[in-house]
Design a protein around this ligand. Structure first.
Ligand code: SAH
Ligand code: SF4
Length: 352
């Protein structure tokens, strides 16, 4: 399939039927040729749902008073990390609301230091929102080496519509540049199916990803959350009507990324399982090669609802572990346990 023009990319994002089958088959071929049949695992610890920001789509935004706020103790985090090691996931993702005050910075640093000390071989990915360059440097020196920061949307008009005026697309872009400058493996991504988002906006995101030369991607569908300003009766009705379209377009964007950037790591987002119970498997079949099972204790999972209808809320880490390996096998791929699974794109750009 030729994908050299904007019109072709638009058509591919909206593809259904035989065109969509062809797109996904092309993505599978690209994946096999570039990165093989391995699926890598990252255990995700959602260590705090306290957030300074107020993104209009997000369930744990500062303004949502209905959320019971928590911060896991260092001991609780350490127990999750020990589980990740035992389950041989190879890598941990530490995710939280965006917190930038000194006490929070110390907390994140203490976690990274202790993981690095106890498990020198474990991959450490951070997903802590926008942080300043000196702090990102400290985290890197403490042992973190990967960072996920979705751009959410690269389109200024849409970014403004989805965020309060004091949030800044330029600042988010600067943070992505800082991460790259510091030598991190950098992950980006967006949401698909945002109110007001057009096919052209999604093409802009794809080109932003390609031009940004990122190493990893974690993109997913937008899932409406009742207790957010974005969930007006109109958008709720709009979203419900478009559920299947949002799901299919997310798969297609994953497939396109695999074709455009074949050596990158691409995650199958958990939010896809909101739409179909084999949503993540379908993403693996469309070109994704990373799964991120939650290892957050179930007591906290209920309070970390970025979106509603989140799957696996009552699962424990053991059960999620068995289920997640089966997902890879059902997609006819090879669960690659016990390895970090570094992005080949990163290795190529840093080691030539
Ligand atoms: N605070 C950090 C990390 C946690 S949020 C940050 O914002 O980067 C992680 C991701 O959750 C965000 O990047 C966003 O893309 C996603 N998210 C938030 N609300 C969502 C929703 N309603 N539907 C789908 N994804 C959502
Ligand atoms: Fe906070 Fe991240 Fe949610 Fe925005 S998306 S409100 S930064 S947790």
């Amino acid at each position: 399939m030729d994908l050299s023009t904007r019109a072709q990319l638009r058509k591919a994002i909206a593809a259904r039927g035989s065109l969509q089958r062809e797109l996904h088959a092309q993505a599978r071929r690209a994946r096999l040729a570039a990165v093989g049949d391995a699926v890598y695992f990252r255990g995700i610890i959602e260590c705090s749902n306290i957030c300074e920001k107020n993104c209009l789509y997000c369930g744990i935004r500062r303004g949502n008073r209905a959320v019971r706020r928590y911060r896991m103790s260092l001991e609780e985090v350490a127990a999750c990390v020990a589980f990740i090691h035992k389950a041989r996931y190879g890598s941990v993702v530490l995710q939280a609301g965006e917190l930038t005050f000194p006490d929070a910075k110390e907390y994140f640093l203490a976690i990274v230091r202790s993981i690095r000390e106890r498990f020198p071989e474990m991959g450490i990915t951070l997903s802590l929102g926008e942080q300043d360059q000196p702090f990102l440097r400290e985290l890197k020196e403490a042992g973190a080496h990967r960072y996920l920061l979705r751009i959410e949307t690269s389109v200024p008009r849409l970014y403004r519509r989805l965020h309060p005026a004091n949030h800044s697309l330029a600042r988010r872009k600067k943070c992505l540049r800082d991460l790259r400058g510091l030598g991190y493996q950098v992950g980006c991504g967006n949401m698909i199916g945002l109110p007001g988002q057009t096919l052209d906006d999604m093409v802009d995101d794809l080109l932003f990803f390609r031009d940004g030369d990122f190493d990893m991607f974690g993109l997913g569908p937008y899932v409406i959350h009742r207790d957010t300003p974005l969930a007006t009766p109109r958008t709720v009705a709009w979203w419900e009507e478009r559920r299947e379209e949002i799901f299919q377009r997310t798969l297609n964007v994953i497939a396109l990324l695999r074709i455009l950037m074949p050596t990158c790591n691409i995650a199958a987002a958990t939010a896809l399982d909101v739409f179909h119970k084999d949503g993540r498997e379908q993403a693996l079949r469309a070109g994704a090669n990373v799964l991120m099972p939650s290892v957050t204790p179930s007591a906290y999972r209920h309070a970390y609802l970025l979106y509603q209808r989140k799957p696996c809320l009552d699962g424990d880490a053991e059960r999620c572990g068995r289920c997640i390996v089966r997902k890879a096998e059902r997609a006819n791929l090879r669960p690659a346990l016990g390895v970090q699974g570094t992005s080949l794109h990163f290795l190529h750009r840093t080691h030539g």
